[in-house]
Design a protein around this ligand. Structure first.
Ligand code: DGL
Length: 262
């Protein structure tokens, strides 16, 4: 099974994209809602949560992990790869690849949580491959709580997004990486505020495409994963009030969320 985790609802945008682009592989999702938001946590705490989430998913039968969380991937991605021997894919490399090939003027904006932006992971990866590019990053710490609260179309969310995006707009970025898996849910708010000509790189879709390609190139692993016949399962470490309906609006169908102690 493919195990996918995030702090909360954000990773479900990745899961939905994986369901669509990689059908036939059973999925296990874990949303660590008791610890959300991850973006404001220390590196130690994030690493501990990421290890615990991975152990939980492996114990449920996961044979490949997708870190569907930029914050966990930027801080704990290497720690997970060192500790576990199964394949671990994350959201950073796929978004970096896409942004590099999308940008025409070499000026890329990145929005993400405090943890992701402080790690500078996107700028480091882009500049390592394209030293003449310019990367401007902006932390948007209020956006995850607004999404988890279901404030997807409120005037407050629009106002706060505008404030966060203004500095990147001034830098004339032509490509914007949504460096947090919660942000695809705000795409219709973000696009007009960053400018309609700016290409948005959605790490959810890019990660699902990356996984699709990984499975095509690793036929042994793909076969082993597909052979594990099981229904997709969605685990959460807590179930706050808006989560059920938001999960269903992401998937467009009823979703059974199982509350567990991970
Ligand atoms: N969706 C996650 C990310 O991509 C985590 C956001 C959070 O919990 O702060 O960073």
């Amino acid at each position: 099974m493919i195990g996918i985790f995030d702090s909360g609802l954000g990773g479900m945008t990745v899961t939905r994209a994986i369901e669509q682009l990689c059908p036939g592989y059973p999925l296990l999702y874990f949303g660590d809602l008791i610890h959300t938001p991850y973006g404001s946590k220390s590196c130690e705490a994030l690493t501990e949560y990421a290890i615990r989430n991975t152990e939980f998913l492996i114990a449920q039968g996961a044979a490949l992990i997708v870190i569907a969380c930029n914050s966990a991937a930027s801080i704990a991605g290497n720690a997970l790869r060192n500790k576990f021997s199964i394949p671990i894919i994350d959201v950073i490399e796929p978004a970096v690849n896409q942004a590099i090939s999308t940008s025409k003027n070499g000026t890329i904006g990145v929005i993400g949580t405090q943890a992701t932006i402080k790690s500078n992971v996107y700028a480091k990866n882009i500049l390592a491959r394209c030293p003449n590019y310019r990367v401007y990053s902006q932390a948007c710490p209020l956006l995850v709580p607004l999404v988890e609260e279901g404030w997807l179309n409120r005037k407050e969310t629009k106002m706060i997004s505008k404030k966060y995006l203004q500095p990147l707009r001034c830098k004339q970025v032509d490509t914007l990486i949504l460096g947090c898996t919660h942000y695809p849910m705000l795409k219709s708010i973000i696009q007009p505020r960053i400018g309609k000509r700016v290409k948005i790189v959605d790490s959810s879709i890019e990660t699902a495409l990356f996984l699709q390609n990984f499975l095509l190139q690793n036929k042994g692993i793909a076969k082993e994963l597909a052979a594990q016949k099981a229904n997709n399962r969605f685990f959460v470490s807590d179930l706050p009030l808006p989560t059920q309906s938001l999960a269903e609006s992401i998937f467009g169908r009823p979703v059974h969320l199982e509350k567990v102690h991970a």
